[in-house]
Design a protein around this ligand. Structure first.
Ligand code: ADP
Length: 169
């Protein structure tokens, strides 16, 4: 990256790389897997133009669910949330791209699916906050934290997409 460049020369064809590439943790929750919506949900991020760097089907242990949602531990719905997230396999994903964190949150829609805009994943596919089919990190910092939490070293794959020049000027 230019940040780590020793030369300090800013070449025009590299300027796009100055925009911060972020990573976000996206998860198809157990209801999404059970309802057969995994492909549809993965597809939304794939078609948008973000890059998949990690993917697995995974039965989440209670301790991991509690760590992931630790900021919500004082909420009355916390025990139900942990039961929900551990109730069946989830699909864990890491996605990469410029602006991916905020954009993924927009694609996902509001926490309450009844308030989520049509066209969003929750707006199109869900009806209840307690079964809202998908998770997305709420900040770049949490994106990094959550990917480190859900994936082991070696499960994240760095690759160059052939679509690059067709997605960004
Ligand atoms: P988001 O997933 O949209 O970032 P939050 O971080 O506020 O939303 O909450 C995390 C998850 O906890 C939600 O996606 C939802 O599954 C669950 N949740 C949040 N609020 C409630 C609630 N009032 N009742 C039941 N479950 C809730």
């Amino acid at each position: 990256s230019l940040k780590s460049s020793k030369h300090g020369i800013f070449l025009p064809h590299l300027v796009a790389s100055m925009e911060q590439v972020e990573e976000t943790y996206i998860m198809v929750k157990p209801d999404g897997v059970q309802r057969g919506l995994a492909g549809e949900i993965i597809s939304r991020f794939e078609k948008k133009g973000f890059k998949l760097t990690g993917l697995k089907l995974f039965q989440c242990p209670k301790e991991l669910a509690e760590e992931h949602y630790k900021d919500l531990s004082s909420k009355s719905f916390f025990p139900n949330l942990i039961e929900y997230i551990t109730s069946g396999p989830v699909i864990c994903m890491a996605w990469e791209g410029v602006g991916v964190v905020a954009s993924a949150r927009k694609l996902i829609g509001s926490t309450n699916p009844l308030q989520a805009e049509p066209g969003t994943i929750r707006g199109d596919l869900a009806v209840h906050t307690g079964r809202n089919v998908v998770h997305g990190s709420d900040s770049p910092e949490n994106g990094k934290r959550e990917i480190a939490l859900w994936f082991k070293e070696g499960e994240i794959c760095q690759w160059t997409s052939a679509q690059g020049p067709w997605l960004r000027e």
